[in-house]
Design a protein around this ligand. Sequence first.
Ligand code: ADP
Ligand code: MG
Ligand code: ZN
Length: 487
Amino acid sequence: MTATAYETVIGLETHVQLNTRSKMFCACERDYFDTEPNTHVCPVCLGMPGVLPVINAQAVTFTILTGLALGCAIPRRSKFDRKNYPYPDLMKGYQISQYDQPLCTGGGLEIQLAGERRLVHLERVHLEEDTARLLHRDDGSGEGYSLMDVNRAGVPLMEIVTKPDMRSAAEAVAYMRKLRQTLRYICVSDVDMEKGSFRCDANVSIRPVGTDRLGAKVEVKNMNSFRAVQRAIEFEVERQARMLASGGSVAQETRGYVDATGETVSQRSKEEAHDYRYFPEPDLPPLECMPELVEALRARLPELPDAKRARFEREYALGAEEARALTETRERAGAFEAAARAVKPGRTRALAHWLLGDVAALLNSGPGSVELAATPLTPEHLAQLVDLVEDGAITAATGKQVLEAAFASGDSPSAIVEAGGLGQVRDEGELARIAQAVLNANPRAVADFHGGKESALQFLVGQVMRQTRGRSDPLSAAQALRRLLVA
Ligand code: ADP
Ligand code: MG
Ligand code: ZN
């Protein structure tokens, strides 16, 4: 008997806090990061009786923008509903969400996995409000308690739901990365997993390969890094396969991921699942999304990652990987394009190499990585550096020193070269004199070379480079040495 082979099926529900100025239904400041608990509150987000919510137009705009970026349809009619369940983090006893008429429907996100393109289809994108934050404490007395911070209650929360389209943990992570990149491009959220502004629940099931029916799904929560998403899904798939292999069945339930152990633990079974008793929110009017408004928003969309990547490949003669890396963020792409406009024709590829190599290393050398715009190095200076090297005015080795100096000081590369006398040694006579001095000082290497040891030449070239502090080009140095050695 052969073991049954299983296929993994994953659907993701991603919650995204929108970076509006105020909360979803009141005027309280939305950003609660680093603020004293329970300071951004008012009768509306505290859930006091007798108060009325007001829809945050910016949040609606951001959600429609997201839907358009993800290829969704924007139905003309949309409405809010009450999702009822009792929990201490829910101030009113219900969450205002969207049930059967979300702001955006359908759509999809194209991802690349192992060089292959795949479209992850979406179910919907809807708008709701975040809940308060519970902080569980244990003072050691054996009786734990919870503290509550209402600052998060009422923060605009967008939920993006996929179809059960993904087939591996790696694919789920690729989807999350692409989604985060896209949301960053359109500037609707900080999308920070650690801060909780970008979080996902993974619905995971397995089924025998070749079958169409979906298996019982387990919803996994509480992952706050890409690594956690990957590990949680991998663990869950293995756990389910073990259950089936031992003749059991997978129970539909909600499980929580525990980062310390890399495991998922049961939180709530299907029987304990809430009946949310959804009904239309009576305190809010339905929304009517006029086609003109939708088109106006579509016109506001920036060039998105895939389009930008394709254009970069075409316009700047870049390889697929270079174009992908340069378009990782809008800021990086913008810095590259500004420098590309300043550099001499035909040098965009060289520019890309500098930007992705030595410049990237400098940008990542601090505690976190920064964008070029946050450093003293301007795109114009970067272009000038590339031109100095490509013109042969300085060597590549000197270029690295000049880059570091320009990066630190904001001075122009040409001024740095001039002030430091860093121009390339191009005078043949001067180079020959230095080469001769190196030969005189290294009789052993000279003998080795004459004895047929080619590598001795490399050593001598290194000595010339040292003498000139990198100002000679290795090829010219090798030529000068060889000329003297065989003379
Ligand atoms: P629920 O009503 O339990 O929330 P939904 O049908 O709304 O379930 O689906 C929630 C998410 O779970 C969606 O992303 C969907 O693609 C995914 N999903 C549904 N069924 C399965 C399954 N059998 N295996 C994996 N994912 C699933
Ligand atoms: Mg659901
Ligand atoms: Zn409020």
